[in-house]
Write a protein that binds this ligand. Sequence first.
Ligand SMILES: Cc1cc2nc3c(=O)[nH]c(=O)nc-3n(C[C@H](O)[C@H](O)[C@H](O)COP(=O)(O)OP(=O)(O)OC[C@H]3O[C@@H](n4cnc5c(N)ncnc54)[C@H](O)[C@@H]3O)c2cc1C
Length: 480
Amino acid sequence: MVEQSVYDEFSNNLRGRLVRPGDKEYDESRSVYNGMIDRKPKCIAYCHNVADVITAVRFARKENFRPAIRGGGHNAAGLGVCDDGLVIDLSTINFTHVEPQEKTVRVGGGATWGDVDHATHAFGLATPSGIVSTTGVGGLTLGGGLGHLTRTYGLTIDNLLEADLVLADGSFVTANKDQNPDLFWAIRGGGGNFGVVTSFKFRLHEVSTVYAGPTFWEMDEAEEIMHWYREFILDAPNEINGFFAIQIIPPVPPFPEHLHNKTMCGVLWCYPGSLDKAEEVFEPIRKVGNIALDMVGPLPYPALQSMFDELYPAGLYSYWKADYLTQWSDEAIKKNIEYGSRIPTPLSGMHLYPVNGAAHEVGNDETAWSYRDANWVENIVGFDPDPANNKKITTWAREYWEEAVHPFTTGGAYVNFMMDEGEDRVRATYRDNYERLAKIKAKYDPDNFFSVNQNIKPFTNGSREKINQKESKLRTTNNR
Ligand SMILES: Cc1cc2nc3c(=O)[nH]c(=O)nc-3n(C[C@H](O)[C@H](O)[C@H](O)COP(=O)(O)OP(=O)(O)OC[C@H]3O[C@@H](n4cnc5c(N)ncnc54)[C@H](O)[C@@H]3O)c2cc1C
């Protein structure tokens, strides 16, 4: 039992607030994006600067509190909050500093992508990120980061130049290609396992007005469209980004009324190339099947990035299942149509994100993100505002994944789309990079202090044997 005076001292040493059970903002402070997550930490420290983060890490060590690091709080598995521990909240460390001449941006560890896009767009610049602007820079980057610019400029980690971290012993370090290069390698895909990132520095690209938006087709054309999309996106020039989706059309403007609440298949495009060439580039795409809705046109990049913010607000109940795919077989397509036609609630759906193009220009062992040979990440997303539908969305997502996704996968999943799925799934995700990650974890966090994440266990003398056993088990499972 920690005395009140210990909390008081901790609170006095922080520039930000310390929130505890009984405080009127406690329930709001412990909530994260996914409404299904209901965890009760012992306290939440709103860290305003690096000094606050160091204070929080030292407090957690001394009092033996398990820390959860919260960036944007978007993680579907709720990894930004924990039971009975300390939440290190970074939301007020959200500064952005653009260097237009060198085309870089330095960003606070708790910023959202909306903060970044807002700052960089003023200079006609952007860096690859996700598709919803309220998502945290921290979690998305550390897990890899895929979105509308992946095929053109790579994953978010491919554009990360440097990060500052507070480590498990409270020390402060910089990681880049010259300083602590092992740590720099590990944080590019290894998640929040290695320390609290207080700032990131990204490379920027000239992206301002993009030619973007969705095209939708009726489900009775889905098989033809999916076959076409599969071939098209594997060979498309890197300037063309487009993720495939099966989705229910929202009953709100700007969607036309005759399509409201209809399950349809579509592609959400983003072409950051020359606008003069855009119509010509999209001419053949517009001839595919009978497009029922074409909303593709010139759009400021931040408008594309925030297109879904209102439809997907914080507090929705959500459950996701995902995998990497190298191929999308005819059989997989048939199964996707079967399960995709049974979307249980208006906001649920299936997304197939391409991770080829520029993302393939980096090798499997050049960063911790070990699936450069995958062509897609498929994510089945169950979403609803009503908790009464939790079972419905969870059951559908699980069944869809079991029947239409997982039998066709290469074995692992993108850590940012995973729920709490156990150690084997984490190992399957990092494949040959796991042992190297475990050794770096042992160097920087030997006690596994940062464990509220897709956890990489520190390498110990018995680890090699355990890894061999797991690998042989995985080989057996994957061969079935
Ligand atoms: C609506 C929605 C849309 C999404 N779209 C995309 C997308 O387009 N592309 C994509 O790649 N992903 C996407 N995601 C997934 C997203 O990348 C993950 O949920 C990610 O974990 C969110 O990061 P966060 O900082 O908001 O999360 P949090 O819940 O705050 O944190 C998630 C994990 O990251 C760690 N972490 C966060 N910040 C830091 C930090 N500064 N230092 C150390 N560790 C940290 C935490 O400890 C935790 O383990 C989306 C998620 C949602 C809910």
